[in-house]
Design a protein around this ligand. Structure first.
Ligand SMILES: Cc1cc2nc3c(=O)[nH]c(=O)nc-3n(C[C@H](O)[C@H](O)[C@H](O)COP(=O)(O)OP(=O)(O)OC[C@H]3O[C@@H](n4cnc5c(N)ncnc54)[C@H](O)[C@@H]3O)c2cc1C
Length: 234
């Protein structure tokens, strides 16, 4: 496919809402957006990616590490994808959490994604619809907050009143691993015990890690290849 072909496909089409869409969005909106798009459902994608990694010869050793010196074995290169963990492992204090909270509800009649004011979003998935959200900078709380729950539910139902009837499946909290800017680069480190370690960092994607990972991962692989091919030291 040529570049132009892609561009043709990607140009957004602005139009008035149809009668059917207006019926769905009868929540007295001032402004906002609704659209259909590609969705990566991490719950399904991550097991698939892990199967693929193992099928290609990848080995997995689950282990918590506090510092890079905890890795006793010698590796040609270490790829650091530790998200928020990089704050402590690599003493990178630019890494901060942006806390988010969501509902998962049963609402199979919702076929499009909706974005409104105050970080309000409604995203249909395979088994449920996600209602969000919030962005709380530097909050580490993993508890579901009843105040956030109330505000999120209220805002989503105001946007799409039919959600009042949706059965709540679960509520969840997550910490987005934010860094200004995302760090994808090489670093050559000498540990306190004098060991030289070659690292390729790939972390800090904040609220966009699922979307941007294919690109940053590709760049990280390029950096790994550079290290391995030149045997370079910074
Ligand atoms: C509410 C919410 C909504 C989101 N919405 C979107 C969205 O719409 N689109 C989008 O693209 N992204 C979204 N994201 C962001 C996305 O989830 C993250 O950007 C993505 O998970 C980052 O992936 P990662 O692999 O870099 O980090 P993580 O997923 O955080 O993975 C880091 C891994 O490192 C491990 N680790 C950390 N420290 C250590 C240690 N000391 N020792 C051993 N292991 C360690 C962790 O256990 C974990 O497995 C959302 C996130 C949240 C919370």
């Amino acid at each position: 496919m040529t570049r132009n072909h892609y561009m043709e496909k990607l140009v957004p089409v602005y139009r008035s809402a149809t009668e059917e869409e207006l019926k769905l969005c009868n929540g007295n909106w001032k402004y906002g957006a609704f659209f259909t798009t590609v969705l990566t459902e991490s719950k399904r994608f991550l097991p698939y990616a892990m199967r693929k990694f193992k099928a290609n010869g990848g080995l997995v050793y689950p282990k918590h590490i506090d510092t890079i010196s905890d890795l006793k074995q010698d590796y040609d290169v270490i790829i650091n994808c530790s998200g928020l963990g990089a704050k402590h492992i690599f003493s990178d204090y630019k890494v901060v959490p942006i806390r988010g909270q969501v509902f998962k509800v049963k609402a199979p009649w919702i076929k499009m994604a909706f974005y409104g004011d105050l970080d309000t979003y409604i995203i249909p998935g395979f088994e449920s619809v996600t209602l969000g959200g919030c962005r709380q900078y530097e909050s580490y709380s993993m508890e579901v907050s009843k105040y956030d729950s109330q505000a999120i539910h209220e805002r989503c139902c105001k946007m799409l009143p039919s959600l009042k009837d949706a059965e709540i499946v679960t509520e969840a909290v997550g910490l987005r691993p934010h860094r200004d800017v995302v760090r994808v680069e090489k670093e050559f480190i000498t540990t306190t015990s004098g060991k030289a370690i070659r690292v390729v960092h790939n972390y800090g994607h904040g609220g966009y890690g699922v979307t941007t990972a294919p690109g940053t991962a590709k760049h990280a692989v390029k950096l790994v290849r550079e290290i391995l091919s030149t045997n370079s030291k910074l």
